[in-house]
Design a protein. Structure first.
Length: 89
């Protein structure tokens, strides 16, 4: 969030300009702060816009049953297969 606009994080300079005063100077520092919930977590999370996901292409198959059940529904732990679902979104 720079000047209340969404911009892609294409370089570390964008992050450093906005969060440098808080000791966050690049993508690695930003990810570390978010992952460890460090002392400047609030500033780091306010800098990022939430991302939006749409429904997957082809829709959901069976919303009533879990992914690991015999009927093979959509909700639940997909482990390594989560990337297939996200690529359809």
């Amino acid at each position: 969030k720079v000047n209340k606009q969404r911009i892609p994080l294409s370089s570390n300079e964008i992050i450093s300009d906005k969060l440098g005063k808080d000791g966050i100077h690049g993508m690695e520092d930003l990810v570390h702060e978010m992952y460890t919930v460090g002392p400047k977590f609030k500033e780091a999370s306010n800098f990022l816009w939430p991302f939006k996901l749409s429904a997957p292409k082809g829709g959901f198959i069976c919303k009533r049953h879990g992914f690991c059940e015999q009927r093979g529904g959509d909700w639940g732990n997909r482990e390594e297969l989560i990337n297939d679902l996200l690529s359809r979104m």
